[in-house]
Structures are given as structure tokens and as C-alpha cells.
Design a protein around this ligand. Sequence first.
Ligand SMILES: [Zn+2]
Length: 389
Amino acid sequence: MSEPLNREAWLDALRERIAEITPVQALAQQAQGALLVDVREDAERATGMPANALGLSRGFLELRIEQIEADRNRPLLLLCGSGQRSLLAAEALLRMGYRQVSSVAGGFGRWKTEGLPISSGTLDVDAVDRYARQLRLPQVGEAGQARLTAAKVVVLGAGGLGAPVALYLAAAGVGKLTLIDDDKVERSNLHRQIIHADARVGMAKTESARIALQALNPRIRIETCTERLQANNVERLLAGHDLLIDGADNFPARYLLAAASLRLKMPMVYGAVERFTGQVSVFDPRRDDSPCYRCLFPEPPAATDAPNCSEAGVLGVLPGMVGLLQATEALKLLLELGEPLVGRLLAFDALGMHFRETRLPRDPDCPGCGRAVVFRGYEDIAELCAAAN
Ligand SMILES: [Zn+2]
């Protein structure tokens, strides 16, 4: 029987069997398609890890690696804090049949010392699994996912439009969603507000939505405001976000949202539905050429013309269609992808199944964003149809 080895001798023996590479070599191999796996614990990685590395704690390595990379021929580069745990990890993977396994000498300590690229460390195994199909898009990737994680989005209204928008933004990993709604779930909501459930009739919509969203994606943060948006709370509730989703079912809230969008320089993704038709646009006050909501609707309509108040019917899929268009625009804005729907109004007619786009230029005389307009504070406009409801 051989002598028991002390720690140093044992590591030396490992080094004879395992290829060691420098962090610079690891970076170069990563660029050629090798998978860099950071095997440190979640808490160690939380403060940062090599860019585009996969975080997979040593304790889960053998259990999860096949799900992540089944190809035994792909080069795997293992990294830990100082280069010792990664030697052990490499040995384990060699035993599992992975053929090209290396350990990064000096680990993350040396990676940092050498000034190599570091990411925020948001991609743990759960995130890699959960977002795999969008991470694979080069236009999203780890950097895009990090943007989504950092994003804070207001969804005004947890109703027909807010339901699909919130569900898809939560699923995509938008880090913080703030839901504003002061209504309770009613049974007549359920044919279109699919974030709610029969068992939650009577519950606050914000709470009901929070339950559904957190069940879909427990990684994100949901903030609920069970209040009506008003002049005296609008800035407090909206400040500090990146994007406003208009899922309001009443004009007072929508005009406040539009005013706050201009004041706080936050893009507003507008959507509205009626019967078999809907429309969508994006108002982005960060751009000089962008119209605002009031370039489209300068003043609130007369009570008799306010369609949402007269309880006009709507086919349940309509807000779903329009909400998904809003969610698409929201993700594009957050990821800075493609051509946003700025300066264009997209109208949808379900019966003919037509989409029609009209140009929507900024109006220099707009009562919202016009050149001569001076902001004099937020204004509560009267609920137009209190009697009709
Ligand atoms: Zn305007």
C-alpha cells in the first residue's frame, strides 16, 4: 500500500493528470467555443465571475453537467477561487468521460489580477436553464439577460393588457415588475385577464397577479401597489423605473401616465382595445422625434365617447394580442433591439385580420409635449363615466 499523501503532494499528483491553462489561455479558448465553468459557490460568484462563464457550484457539477453539456468532446474549462477546487472538479469530469477538460491555474483571483473581462455573475444554473432559448440568441446573450435582470418596469393595470404583458416580461426575466391596480378580481374579468384564476375572485388584482407571476418565475421581484394612480402619488409610484406599460382601463390614469412619461423621461408602451380592434404605439421622450400620448389624443374624450367606460364588449383574445405586441416592444426597448414602434401607430382589426400602420409624427402644438408647454403639476381629470359604470 502506498503512503497516504499530504495535501500538497496530492495536488501535485492531480496536476500531473490534469491540464492546467492560464486565465489568458482560457479566455482565448472560450472565444473558440470552449465552455468556461465557474465551480465556486453561489455566494462567491454573486460579486462577479468571468464574462460568459457558466456558474455551476462544485457540489452540483456532476449532477447537472450532462443537462448543460452532453457533448463529451466539447472543451470544458474549470475555474474556482485559486485553482485547487477546479483541479478536483476536472478530475471528476474526466471520470465522467469528458475528454477535453482543463483547470484554470490561479482561478478567479488570477483572472481578476490580470484584468480579464468580468460579468455581474447573474447567470447561475437556474438562469441558464430557464432562459436557455433566449440566451442562445446572439442579440440577447448573457449581456442582454443581465439588462433584463436589471430592468424595472411599471405595469399600470393588472387587467386585460397587463395580464399578458406581465406574464411575458416575468417569464423573460425582467428583474422588477411594479403592478399598479386598485381593483379586485371579478369573475367577468377571467375571459381575458388570464393572469387571474377562478379561485382568486375577490382578491386584489395586484396580489392575484403577484401569485401567478411568482409561480412562473420566482427569481424576479414583484412590487404591488393597490392604489389608484393619482396626481398626488404618480411620481412616487413611477420614479426609478425604466419603462411604463400602459394597461390602464380609464382615461384619468392614462393621462397621468402620459404626463409622468414626459416628466420622468421614461418610454411609455401604449395599448388599447375595443370590441374587435386594438392599437399599439411607443412614446419615447428620450427621443426628440417621438410623439407623446397627447400628440395622438390631445384631450380626454367626452364622457359619451369614452369607449372603455361604456362597458363595450371585447373579445377576450383582443387584449391578449395587443398586450403581446406591447410586451414585444417592451423587450425590444429594454434590450435595445430592432426598430421600436415610435412615431407609428399600429392598429389591429381581428375580424378582417388586418394590421395597419399609420405614421404618427410629433405635434409641435401638442398640449403634452409641445414647444410652448410649461409643466404646472399633475392634474386629476374627472372620471368621465362614473355614472355610466
Ligand atoms: Zn405630444
